[in-house]
Design a binder for this molecule. Structure first.
Ligand SMILES: [Zn+2]
Length: 355
């Protein structure tokens, strides 16, 4: 009997921006709409309809820039978006608290289970409640003394991106450029290196997805954990600054790390445009290349749902059965599909967090 049906294996995914969506929709008061059904890509009914088992729930402090303008700019043949200014700790901290409060409210409502161990994730996947990892994308709310890191860890934080693309006290991120190498500027600061060390000690997973290449190599040199990019694609197939070169992929393989495939169309398409008419076969081309570079145990999904324009066949998580079908049609067997859908994430998290 085939183990892959339209809703299985469940997808456990490297990145979503649901907390930002609910923050913009009214904060904690909007959490109930996630249970009943709300606009956008991900909510409880769509997750049930698509076999979405959970993933990394990003807390993200938005810059005042208009996303619609940004996505419009990214439909041009070439673009170099100007990065928003750095955000001060005083401004970032209340936003991170507000979005974390939404996550705790989602748990109180029974919509998610905040997972601190891989055993927690396995139990959530088996129970039908969405598994949520408390992740922060961009460490603006963390102070140079790392006191807030300690407190956030105690509150359940298990994954952290030292930067979103804008600069922080910890380093520079990669701007949105096409065509462009990811080698766009300076790497981590001394505070950034201290952050890496402390995350290693606490076993908080470090997410490399928005670091520029210099920052990536700084983490590679200083971290003792597997290298993980939660939502990035293959640079050789899409010459975008946000994607990973084969050299970076080799380093990820060497540390037994992981890449989550980003559905954002600008990082999938050969022309780098943020336009949704992308066939699912283009996702599979990237997965094929990632598997060729890092091996089939080190690739998963990192959709960027509710944070990006995604291919029209998987606009909402309820569309995920189409991706499972496309994987089967592409010749992937049940075992590989299970690895891609969630097993590889559990594997790398076990290595990073401990058993
Ligand atoms: Zn991102």
């Amino acid at each position: 009997m085939a183990l892959t049906d339209s809703l299985h294996p469940l997808v456990f995914d490297g990145h979503n921006d649901v907390l930002l969506k609910l923050y913009r929709a009214g904060g904690v008061a909007a959490a109930e709409s996630f249970v009943a059904g709300c606009p956008g890509a991900l909510d409880v009914p769509a997750a049930r309809a698509g076999g979405f088992g959970g993933g990394f729930f990003a807390v993200f402090v938005p810059s005042p820039t208009d996303l619609a303008v940004k996505f419009e700019e990214m439909t041009k043949p070439e673009y170099q978006l100007v990065l928003p200014d750095a955000i001060d700790w005083e401004d970032a901290f209340p936003v991170v608290m507000a979005q974390a409060a939404i996550l705790f409210e989602l748990e109180r409502l029974g919509a998610v289970k905040i997972c601190r161990t891989v055993a927690d994730i396995r139990a959530a996947l088996a129970s039908g409640v969405m598994a949520a990892i408390f992740h922060i994308e961009g460490a603006e709310a963390i102070d140079a003394d790392l006191h807030t890191l300690e407190v956030l860890y105690q509150a359940g934080l298990r994954s952290l991106g030292p930067v979103w693309s804008r600069p922080t006290i910890f380093g520079d991120g990669v701007p949105f450029r096409f065509p462009s190498s990811p080698d766009t500027g300076a790497g981590l600061t001394d505070a950034g290196l201290r952050l890496v060390k402390r995350c290693n000690q606490l076993r908080i997973m470090l997410d490399l997805s928005h670091l520029n290449e210099a920052g990536f190599w700084d983490v590679a040199r200083h971290s003792d954990a597997p290298l993980v990019a939660t939502h990035s694609n293959a640079h050789v197939l899409c010459n975008h600054s946000r994607n990973l070169t084969d050299k970076q992929l080799a380093a990820i393989a060497e540390t037994d790390g992981m890449v989550g495939l980003n559905f954002a169309v600008a990082f999938l398409r050969e022309d780098g445009k943020m336009l949704a008419d992308v066939p699912l076969t283009q996702i599979l081309r990237h997965i094929d290349h990632l598997i060729a570079q890092v091996g089939e145990d080190r690739v998963g999904l990192g959709s960027d749902y509710d944070g990006a324009v995604v291919p029209e066949d998987v606009t909402r998580v309820s569309g995920l059965p189409a991706l499972r079908r496309a994987m089967q049609d592409h010749g992937y067997g049940d075992a590989l599909i299970a690895k891609l859908c969630h097993e590889n994430w559990l594997r790398v998290l076990e290595k990073t967090w401990g058993g």
